[in-house]
Design a binder for this molecule. Structure first.
Ligand code: CO
Ligand code: CO
Ligand code: CO
Length: 329
């Protein structure tokens, strides 16, 4: 985990008028207009193995890479593998990782068009994904409006559970819930939000719920109110966090985003860490007009997104006020 974004190094070059979404607002994917009603949506993501099972890791990496396209309401079309692998580790392991990725792409209806592997001491895998979107209907992280409700579509805790597993604090069975959520596509959630129409969306990944909430609130010029007790969390996660079993990224996120987040006094310390847990392939955080929220919840349920919850609301931004305010309940 590191807070240097490779997309933020050079913001000075001439903007292209067809670059509909670039990197100014820390959005999920780039959008490049081809014609009035057609644009490319592009993203890339890869990381070191988060679980021991190479096939599951491949599935998770693919679901995670596709997620940025889903978060913008786009339709992923093609993907390319990016892999780093030590020669000594056995090519059958690499083959299993790639199979996991391939099968997840199949499930998503996305075509694998190629890829590239280099030798490296530490294995890494991910994909670059290209999709299509109507440039007039891009769902960015900057469209949240006061009066919106905030809906999260997956429970939190993948960082805490995978860390706990590394330190033998949970069983393979406890980890299974995290694995099943990490490899679950955000496709159904994206389809539901595109169908009903929403104001903003981002997916929850390394910066945690509160980090990505900060980015979206700042980009939208509003304040997000998050009600901690309503945020869905995977089983064991609260207990593990109160025992202090946390990934380094949870603490880094907490430090980095502290100046934008205000916690009410009665929000427990362990809960603050959970809300900053770095997620892998987390859910979508959707900002939806209050009058549309129930229709969105119905559409999510209909499409099998079972753990979606209303976790808060959007209020006007205040100069010098926090971007995210966290209430206990
Ligand atoms: Co994202
Ligand atoms: Co983001
Ligand atoms: Co990403």
């Amino acid at each position: 985990m590191c807070h240097i974004r490779s997309d933020s190094t050079d913001k000075t070059f001439d903007p292209d008028p067809n670059l509909v979404v670039g990197f100014e607002t820390s959005d999920d994917a780039g959008v490049y207009r081809l014609s009035d009603d057609l644009a490319l949506v592009q993203t890339v993501d890869f990381f070191t193995p988060i679980v021991d099972d190479p096939y599951a890791f491949g599935q998770i990496a693919a679901a995670n890479a596709l997620s940025d396209v889903y978060a913008m309401g786009g339709r992923p079309l093609t993907a390319m593998n990016i892999a780093c692998f030590p020669c000594a580790a056995g090519m059958d392991v690499l083959a299993r990782i790639l199979e996991g990725g391939r099968d997840k792409l199949r499930e998503a209806g996305v075509v694998l068009v190629g890829g590239h592997t280099v030798t490296d001491n530490e294995p890494k895998y991910g994909l670059s994904v290209t999709g299509l979107i109507d440039p007039r209907n891009v769902i960015t992280n900057s469209g949240a409006k006061p009066g919106d409700l905030l809906i999260l579509t997956k429970p939190l805790g993948t960082g805490i559970l995978t860390t706990a597993f590394k330190f033998d604090k949970v069983s393979e069975g406890d980890l299974a819930e995290a694995v099943s959520f990490m490899r679950a596509l955000n496709k159904a959630a994206s389809t539901a939000m595109v169908k009903v129409g929403v104001n903003a969306c981002t997916d929850i990944t390394g910066f945690g719920l509160l980090g990505h909430s900060c980015e979206a609130a700042l980009a939208s010029g509003v304040t997000f109110v998050i009600r901690a007790a309503r945020v869905p969390v995977m089983s064991r996660v609260d207990d593990l966090a109160s025992e202090g079993i946390l990934p380094g990224g949870a603490r880094q996120n907490q430090e980095y985003f502290a100046r934008w987040v205000h916690f009410d006094d009665d929000v427990p310390q362990y809960k603050r860490a959970v809300l900053f847990d770095p997620e892998t392939s987390g859910g979508l955080l959707i900002s939806v007009p209050e009058g549309t929220a129930q229709r969105l919840m119905d559409a999510l349920a209909e499409l099998g997104v079972e753990r979606a919850s209303v976790i808060g609301e959007v209020i006007p931004g205040r100069r010098h006020g926090p971007s995210v305010r966290v209430l206990a309940s």
